[in-house]
Design a protein around this ligand. Sequence first.
Ligand SMILES: Cc1ncc(COP(=O)(O)O)c(C=O)c1O
Length: 419
Amino acid sequence: MKKTFETMFSLSANNMRASEIRELLKLLTKPEMISFAGGLPNPEAFPIEAMKPVVAHVMNEHARDALQYGVTEGHNKLRDAIAKGMGQVYGVPQSLSNILITTGSQQAMNLLSLILLSPGDLVLTENPTYLGALQSFYACQARVEAVPMDEHGMRMDALEEKLNSLRQRQERPKFIYMVPTFQNPTGVTLSRERRERLYALLQERDLLLIEDDPYGLLRFEGETVPLIKSLDQEDRVIYLGSFSKILAPGFRTGWLAAPEEIVNRAGLAKQAQDLCSNTFGQYCVFEALYHNILFPHVKEIVALYKRKRDIMLDAMQKYFPKGVTWNKPAGGMFIWVTLPPALNALDLLGKAIENNVAYVTGEPFFPNGGGQNHCRMNYSYSSDEAIVEGIKRLGRVMEEQLREKTNPQKLAPEGMEIF
Ligand SMILES: Cc1ncc(COP(=O)(O)O)c(C=O)c1O
């Protein structure tokens, strides 16, 4: 008899949603596939040679500790280095007790969801927003309402309007979740003015913000914008950092910087999840910081990804049909593409896959629906040649679909909003 566990699953399990990205990552295994789908760093961006002596040093000098279980809150030397580093790099020095090491920043999101969200609680996000965050919120049976954004990030007028309408419903969001710098999926950065307005709103409305920042150091050009955390004098901003995109995701090392009370409670939740993050990985990351491998290496990643972004932008210009538009992110790993209304990103994806090229459709990033004519294109992972070839293939598929589905009058008018 075929057994099903459908009736056994918890409310929480039934509220979980499959990530389209995880499903799509399976496509990467087909050797002929050119995938712009995953959010993967390029293996060329891993500091393999530089890390070999570091890993040997950890094994030679620290193996007895590095191979042992560690403290749930994390390797203290690493916590301390991050606490001080946040001062040196961002001007927001922390104490060791404000830092919790996590198994990637994904776990930080999970822990915060666990300790802050009860079933039915409301979270506000950007529209669109990061899928992994939505998965954490939904697993805690939270509701999500998304606030529109444009090329300068979340629109503060729209946020204010949303907060007013919530007040009328006598509702308050538990927190606002945001990826303010080189956002996943759009690559967009929240402007300095909007950061200031946002922080003022947090104060006026007594709100909490989760600032998720895995891409902030991957800036190709333009002026650095301050962390929202750097404006915070009132413990309203919880910062999430990660070594995944600036060192290597395989170390599974991220952190949250928060008031001690949050660190302690999240640490308690972490005990039940994994006892401690990968001790060996934490030792390696600490040594990479200590031996000054990280920051020179980030410069190399930035040069590599800038080149890849430019190659993708040039190829889009050359091969995408008229009516398809896209943005030019100043950093990070993604370009956000807008299709003309006649095209649907999911239908197009079917055809694209037949032609051995893949991307992620926009729709799953929009928690309240919409986004059918958007695609997220990752440029960090593919080789330079594959980027050109993949965009060429996609351009051809778009042309074909446009010819089949529409006459030219139906294309998007110039200057149409991109979100
Ligand atoms: C916005 C954002 N936050 C968090 C993560 C999770 O990263 P990690 O758990 O590897 O630190 C990702 C990964 O792609 C991301 O894009």
